[in-house]
Design a binder for this molecule. Structure first.
Ligand SMILES: [Zn+2]
Length: 241
C-alpha cells in the first residue's frame, strides 16, 4: 500500500514557524540546540557577568560582615566535602560491576575537576549571588532548569579547564570556548550544587532580606548551618550521590 508521509509538524517553541527534523522531535534544530545549551528553548544566551555583578557585590558585602576566617573555613568545607563525596562515589562506581548511568559518572568527574581548581570563597559568593538574583528577578529565567544551567555554567567557569579552544573564523584566530556538557550531566551537577549550597543560600537570603546590622549573629548562624557533616547528610538524603 502506498502511504502519504504525514505533514511536517511545527516546532513546539512558541512563535516558531520551523518544522521538526524528524517525527520524534518536538522542536526544530535551532530550538533543540538552545534547549541543550541553555536548558530552555526560549533563551538565546547565558547569564552575563555584568548582570550578576550587583548581586555578587551584595553577597560579598553580607559575607564581609561575618568573621572572615571563619566564613572562609565554612566555604572551604562545603567545597572540600563536595569533592570528597564525588570522589568516593566515583571510586565506588568504578569498582562496582554495574557502573550505573554514564551521566552520573560524568557529573562526578566534573565536580572533582572543578572543586580541585575553583576558589571556594569565589564559588560560594557566585552561587549565593545567583540565587539572590533569581529571588530578585524571577523572570530572568523561564524555568528552574534554565536557572540551573546558568548555575552550572558559571560555576564551571571558575575552573579554567571548562574551556577548550576553537578556531574563530570571524576573528581569524584561536578562541577559548566553553566546553559543553550533555544536558543530563548538567542536571546532575546542578543537583549536587543546589543541595550542597542550600544552607548557605538560605542564610544569605535571610540576611539579604532582613539586611540587619547583626554581623555576629549572621556569621555564627552561617558557621552553624554549614558544617560539612550537615552538607553530607543533605547530599545523601537528597539522593544526589
Ligand atoms: Zn523552533
Amino acid at each position: 500500500m502506498h502511504q502519504r508521509p504525514p505533514p511536517a509538524r511545527r516546532c513546539r517553541a512558541p512563535g516558531c514557524e520551523r518544522t521538526v527534523p524528524s517525527q520524534w522531535a518536538a522542536m526544530c534544530l535551532w530550538h533543540q540546540m538552545r534547549n541543550r545549551r541553555f536548558g530552555d528553548p526560549s533563551l538565546t544566551g547565558c547569564l552575563k557577568r555584568s548582570e550578576l555583578k550587583p548581586y555578587l557585590i551584595e553577597v560579598r558585602r553580607l559575607c564581609a560582615r561575618g568573621h572572615e576566617e571563619r566564613t572562609e573555613h565554612v566555604f572551604s568545607g562545603i567545597q572540600q566535602r563536595l569533592r570528597e563525596l564525588a570522589e568516593s562515589t566515583l571510586a565506588e562506581r568504578l569498582n562496582a560491576a554495574a557502573q550505573g548511568r554514564e551521566w552520573f559518572r560524568r557529573a562526578e568527574e566534573e565536580i572533582v575537576r572543578v572543586t580541585a581548581d575553583a576558589n571556594p570563597v569565589e564559588a560560594a559568593h557566585l552561587i549565593g549571588a545567583l540565587f539572590l538574583m533569581r529571588e530578585r528577578v524571577p523572570r530572568r529565567w523561564p524555568t528552574e532548569r534554565a536557572f540551573r544551567f546558568d548555575v552550572v555554567r558559571a560555576w564551571r567557569k571558575l575552573a579554567g579547564i571548562s574551556y577548550g579552544s576553537a578556531w574563530d573564523h570571524r576573528l581569524g584566530k584561536m578562541r577559548r570556548m566553553y566546553r559543553e556538557l550533555r544536558p543530563r550531566v548538567v542536571e546532575t551537577v546542578a543537583e549536587w550544587l543546589v543541595t550542597a549550597y542550600a544552607p548557605l543560600v538560605a542564610r544569605l537570603r535571610a540576611a539579604a532580606r532582613a539586611d540587619v546590622e547583626e554581623p555576629k549573629t549572621f556569621s555564627d548562624a552561617l558557621a552553624a548551618a554549614l558544617w560539612p557533616s550537615f552538607v553530607q547528610s543533605l547530599l545523601t538524603t537528597s539522593g544526589a550521590k
